[in-house]
Write a protein that binds this ligand. Structure first.
Ligand SMILES: *Cc1c(COP(=O)(O)O)cnc(C)c1O
Length: 469
C-alpha cells in the first residue's frame, strides 16, 4: 500500500473527527457566513508528485477553497429554490459515503440494497398521499427525473404508433403540449432528441396566472385529430408557484390519449399540508411525476426521485435497459435500477431521505412546508408596507415574486439585486415575469425564521438608500 494511504488509514479516527469539526464550524456559524462571495481561486494548481495526506489536504481546503463557500444552506439564501440539510439528512448522506454501496438490484447476487430505495419510495408515497400504483427511484435532481419520465413518455408515444424509438431512433414527430414548463424540461427535450423547439405552448389562464388554460389545452388537443401527445404540466412554477388544474386534466385523460407528466419539483410537497393539499388534488392520475428532495425535503444535493406508474414499467425498461434482452420478469425478484433509469453505478442515494423521513415524520415536513409558506406571506406583507416595492403576483405557496415599484424603476432592478446580494446577508435571484423585471425569493429552508425576515427587510431598505432609488 502507498505509504501516505497507509498513514491515513492508521489515522482514520483523527481524520474523520477533524472533518466533523470542520463541518460543525460551518453549520454552527451558518447565520453569520455570507450568502455571496467575491473570493476566487486560480484553478491551475499543479498536481504534486507526492500526496499531502488527508489532514494537509484539509488544511489547504480551509485556506484556499473554504473562502469560496457561501451560506446557501442557511436561512437567508432565497435564490432559485434552495433547501438546506437537516441533521438527519446529513447523517444519511455521511453514512451513504461511509458504506459506499452500489445500489442497483434487489436479488441476492446483485446486492439487495435497492430494497432500501424501495422502502424510501414507499415512505415518500405515504408522505405525499400517493397510491402504490407508482414505482419510483432516485436520481441526481429534478432535471434527471424529468429526463427519466419524459424518456419513458417518448417510448410510450412510439408504442402508440407501433414504433420502438429506443431501438430504432425517433422516426415520427412527437407532439408535446405544455404551458409554463421549467427550463429543465426543455433541456430534457433536447437531450432526448425530441428537440427543444418542438413543443406547442398552451395559453395560461387570463390574469395573473401561470397555470394552463384548460379550454385552450382542449382546443389544441382537438387540433391533433386523435393523435397521441405528451402533456408536461406544472405543480409549482418557479416564478409564482402556480399549479395546473389536475382534476380538469384528469377529466381530459378520460377523453383523450396522452402521457401526463407533472413537474412537481418543489410544489409536490404541498401534498403534506392540509392547507395546501388542494393544489395537487387529482395529481395521482398522472403517468409520471418529478420531485426534488434537495429542495423542500431539505436533504443535501444530489437528491430527487421520479414516480412512474408501474403499468409503464416495460416502456421504462425498453428505454433504459442496460442489457440487450428486455427483462420482463417479476420486478420485485429481478428488478435492477440500472435497467430503469439513466445511471448504472449509483450510491445509496435514498439514505438521506430515509433518515429524514424516519427522524421527522409527516408532521416534521408538514411544519417545514407550512412555516415556509407562512414566512413567504409574512415577507410579502412586510414588503408591501414599504414604499419602494410591489408584488408581481399573489403568494400562492412559498415563492415571492416582486419588483421595485413603478415602471421608471425597471432600469434599476438588476443593479438593486446585485447590490443586495453583494452585501451577503440575503440572496435572491432575478426573473422576468409578464414582461417585467422582477426578483424572486423562494422559502424552503427549514432554518428560516421571522427574525430572518426582519433582517431581510432591513437589507432591502438599506440597499434602496445606498443606491438612492
Ligand atoms: C429546480 C427545478 C427543476 C430542476 O431541478 P434540479 O434539481 O436543479 O435538476 C425542475 N423543475 C422545477 C419546477 C424546479 O423547481
Amino acid at each position: 500500500m502507498n505509504s501516505i494511504l497507509q498513514h491515513d488509514l492508521n489515522d482514520l479516527e483523527n481524520i474523520l473527527n477533524q472533518a466533523k469539526q470542520q463541518g460543525l464550524d460551518f453549520l454552527n456559524n451558518l447565520e453569520n457566513i455570507p450568502t455571496s462571495s467575491k473570493n476566487r481561486i486560480d484553478p491551475t494548481r499543479n498536481l504534486s508528485e507526492l500526496g499531502l495526506g488527508s489532514l494537509a489536504a484539509l488544511e489547504e481546503f480551509k485556506e484556499r477553497l473554504l473562502p469560496l463557500i457561501v451560506a446557501s444552506p442557511g436561512p437567508r439564501y432565497l435564490g432559485f429554490v434552495t433547501g438546506g440539510s437537516t441533521p438527519a439528512s446529513i447523517v444519511g448522506d455521511w453514512l451513504a459515503t461511509v458504506y459506499d454501496q452500489n445500489t442497483q438490484a434487489v436479488h441476492a447476487q446483485g446486492g439487495v440494497l435497492a430494497l432500501i430505495e424501495f422502502e424510501t419510495i414507499n415512505l415518500l408515497l405515504q408522505l405525499l398521499d400517493l397510491p402504490k400504483t407508482f414505482s419510483g427511484g432516485f436520481v441526481t435532481g429534478a432535471t434527471m427525473s424529468n429526463f427519466t419520465c419524459l424518456g419513458t413518455a417518448r417510448q410510450w408515444f412510439g408504442a402508440q404508433l407501433g414504433k420502438d424509438f429506443a431501438k430504432n431512433g425517433i422516426t415520427e414527430t412527437i407532439n408535446i403540449l405544455t404551458a409554463t414548463p421549467h427550463s429543465s424540461s426543455i433541456k430534457t427535450l433536447s437531450m432526448l432528441g425530441i428537440g427543444s423547439n418542438n413543443y406547442t405552448t398552451i395559453k395560461t389562464i387570463e390574469g395573473n396566472r401561470e397555470a394552463i388554460d384548460i379550454a385552450d389545452l382542449e382546443h389544441n388537443i382537438q387540433n391533433l385529430n386523435g393523435k397521441p401527445f405528451i402533456l408536461i404540466s406544472s405543480a409549482g412554477t418557479v416564478n409564482t408557484a402556480d399549479f395546473d388544474d389536475f382534476e380538469a386534466i384528469a377529466k381530459l385523460k378520460e377523453k383523450y390519449t396522452f402521457w401526463w407528466h407533472i413537474d412537481a419539483a418543489f410544489g409536490g410537497f404541498a401534498a403534506v399540508s392540509n392547507k395546501f393539499k388542494h393544489l395537487v388534488e387529482g395529481w395521482e392520475g398522472a403517468d409520471s411525476i418529478t420531485i426534488d428532495c434537495h429542495k423542500w425535503l431539505n436533504v443535501p444535493y444530489e437528491s430527487a426521485f421520479y414516480l412512474i406508474k408501474e403499468k409503464h414499467m416495460n416502456l421504462q425498461i425498453e428505454t433504459f435497459q442496460n442489457s440487450n434482452a428486455p427483462y420482463l420478469g417479476n420486478p420485485l425478484e429481478n428488478f435492477n435500477y440500472l435497467n430503469v433509469l439513466p445511471e448504472n453505478s449509483r450510491r445509496l442515494r435514498a439514505l438521506p431521505v430515509w433518515f429524514s423521513l424516519l427522524a421527522y415524520g409527516k408532521e416534521g415536513f408538514q411544519d417545514i412546508v407550512e412555516d415556509s409558506a407562512a414566512l413567504a406571506l409574512h415577507f410579502a406583507n412586510e414588503l408591501i408596507e414599504e414604499d419602494n416595492f410591489e408584488l408581481l403576483a399573489p403568494i400562492r405557496l412559498n415563492n415571492v415574486c416582486f419588483t421595485l415599484k413603478g415602471d421608471h424603476n425597471q432600469q434599476n432592478v438588476s443593479q438593486f439585486l446585485t447590490s443586495l446580494n453583494d452585501k451577503g446577508k440575503v440572496f435572491m435571484t432575478p426573473t422576468v415575469y409578464q414582461n417585467r423585471k422582477g426578483i424572486r425569493a423562494s422559502f424552503v429552508n427549514w432554518r428560516t425564521t421571522e427574525n430572518d425576515i426582519k433582517i431581510i427587510i432591513e437589507e432591502l431598505k438599506e440597499t434602496i438608500l445606498d443606491l438612492d432609488i
